[in-house]
Ligand binder design. Structure first.
Ligand SMILES: [Ca+2]
Length: 392
């Protein structure tokens, strides 16, 4: 049994403490367009912040679908728990979360990992999810922004009804047993739990920002957020516009023209809410060239490198993987074989190799290029980066 399996199922000795519910506004009305919840709105990793379903209990069901728009604000040590559904017989009757550090999408039943999808789930950007789980055919589909993952699983024949469903914490006992390392710090918008398999058309409509008007109403959603859900701990209720969830996903680059090792560069980028830039398309590579060109005088070193890229090189398998998520690079631009024993990558600016990639030592000191997906949270000031920590 893996460490993850042990920790997911292990009962916690931490008792449940009722904390103060924080509401940005005293909402009295319903939210027909889909409200948002911010779990752990104060950013503190605790076992307190959670949303309990308080409406009609789930029936036994042969099919379920979970759709949500979500933006992770921070990752937690062990799991970012989205849905924890527990019954008297099984505290993991259905568990949906994102495993550290790969941030892959996972579904657990009891002590068994039954579904894993190789999604990218960076923090500070919006992800649009529909998860369809068919107990009869033992098949699943994960719709994740514009990607789709399908597969089959070994598991139960049905979901047992009558249990407790919690968003943002993992139940190790029925209705409790939470630990902060398996909690969630994220904004959730328009959460829906169906006791049927939504059609692929419905799922694609939802994940491509055309959510249905809910003619076939989900069993659970955020329409009556304050009466249907019991909110606990630092939870904020608000409204996020679809235009924010669906805004064009563009990458924004920032150069820090001081020399750092790769670990120092990664710590700097992550400290300001980004990542070391890891281009995924020729167009992004061209954008990096434009971003670093003004810094040649400060940054260009004797071997022609200007900044680190956010990939790790494996000389044995000749593959590049994202340094943070471990995802295999789909686009590469190496000048030569990467079988050099050097594990990091530099972005080259010499005349004949403008914009190509070169394996270098991670302890080498060159400039830092950070990439951001969430412009709204970042203000760029002259000669510094200021974080807009909390806009509320
Ligand atoms: Ca657990």
């Amino acid at each position: 049994m893996s460490a993850a399996q042990e920790s997911l199922g292990k009962p916690s000795a931490v008792s449940l403490v009722t904390a103060v519910l924080v509401l940005t506004t005293a909402w009295a009305q319903d939210f027909p367009t889909g409200a948002s919840l911010t779990l752990q709105a104060d950013g503190i990793p605790t076992n307190l912040s959670a949303a309990f379903w308080a409406g009609e209990a789930l029936p036994d069901t042969m099919e379920i679908s979970v759709c949500v728009y979500l933006k992770f604000l921070r990752g937690r040590d062990n799991y970012d728990t989205l849905v924890s559904y527990a019954t008297h017989n099984n505290t993991n009757e259905l568990y949906i979360g994102f495993a550290y550090p790969s941030r892959l999408f996972e579904v657990w039943w009891g002590y068994s990992l039954i579904v894993r999808a190789n999604v990218t789930s960076d923090i500070l950007r919006w992800w649009r999810l529909c998860y369809v789980h068919n107990f009869t055919t033992h098949s699943y589909t994960v719709y994740w922004n514009d990607r789709v993952f399908t597969g089959s699983f070994q598991g139960p024949e049905a979901l047992s009804g009558g249990g407790i469903l919690v968003l943002g914490q993992d139940q190790d006992t029925l209705g409790g047993g939470f630990v902060f390392s398996q909690s969630l710090n994220a904004v959730l918008k328009d959460f829906r739990f169906y006791t049927r398999a939504v059609t692929s058309q419905e799922a694609v409509d939802y994940t491509s920002c055309r959510p249905s008007s809910q003619d076939l109403k989900p069993h659970m959603d955020f329409t009556h957020l304050l009466s249907d859900w019991r909110l606990q701990g630092s939870v904020e209720v608000g409204v996020v516009e679809m235009s924010e969830v669906c805004q064009e996903e563009s990458v924004f680059h920032l150069v820090f023209p001081e020399k750092r090792t790769f670990p120092e560069a990664a710590a700097l980028c992550e400290g300001v809410g980004g990542n070391v830039a890891a281009p995924t398309t020729p167009k992004e590579n061209q954008l990096i060239l434009s971003s670093v060109s003004p810094y040649l005088q400060q940054c260009l070193d004797a071997s022609g490198e200007v900044v680190f890229l956010g990939f790790k090189s494996d000389p044995a398998t000749r593959t590049l993987t994202h340094y943070n998520t471990g995802a295999v690079a789909q686009f590469t631009n190496l000048t030569s074989s990467n079988n050099t024993g050097k594990l990091c990558l530099g972005f080259q600016m010499t005349v004949n190799f403008q914009g190509s990639w070169l394996p270098i030592l991670c302890k080498h000191r060159i400039c830092t290029l950070c990439a951001f997906h969430a412009l709204s949270r970042l203000k760029v000031c002259p000669r510094c980066v200021c974080l807009n920590i909390n806009q509320s």
